[in-house]
Design a protein. Structure first.
Length: 81
């Protein structure tokens, strides 16, 4: 069994209103030293078999068709040991 993590973030050129709201709230909550926030999504997939090239190719297809809106979002895939 393998665990694969898919992180999805808005592309840098896309405005992130949720991230901006978080960035504005941090100083009001007493936190300083943060100049910007980008908000994203994380998906953890548990595969039945090993995270070989075929399985990772399938995960990439899942991310491209369901997990991420590739017009406005980028994603990265990594295997968690």
């Amino acid at each position: 069994m393998a665990r694969v993590i898919v992180d999805v973030m808005l592309k840098p050129e896309i405005l992130d209103p949720q991230g901006q709201a978080i960035a504005r709230a941090l100083p009001r909550l007493g936190f300083s030293g943060v100049s910007g926030v980008r908000q994203g999504k994380r998906f953890e997939l548990e595969l039945d078999g090993p995270a070989d090239e075929a399985a990772l190719s399938d995960v990439r297809k899942m991310a491209e068709t369901l997990l991420a809106n590739t017009v406005i979002e980028d994603f990265s895939i990594r295997v968690e040991e």
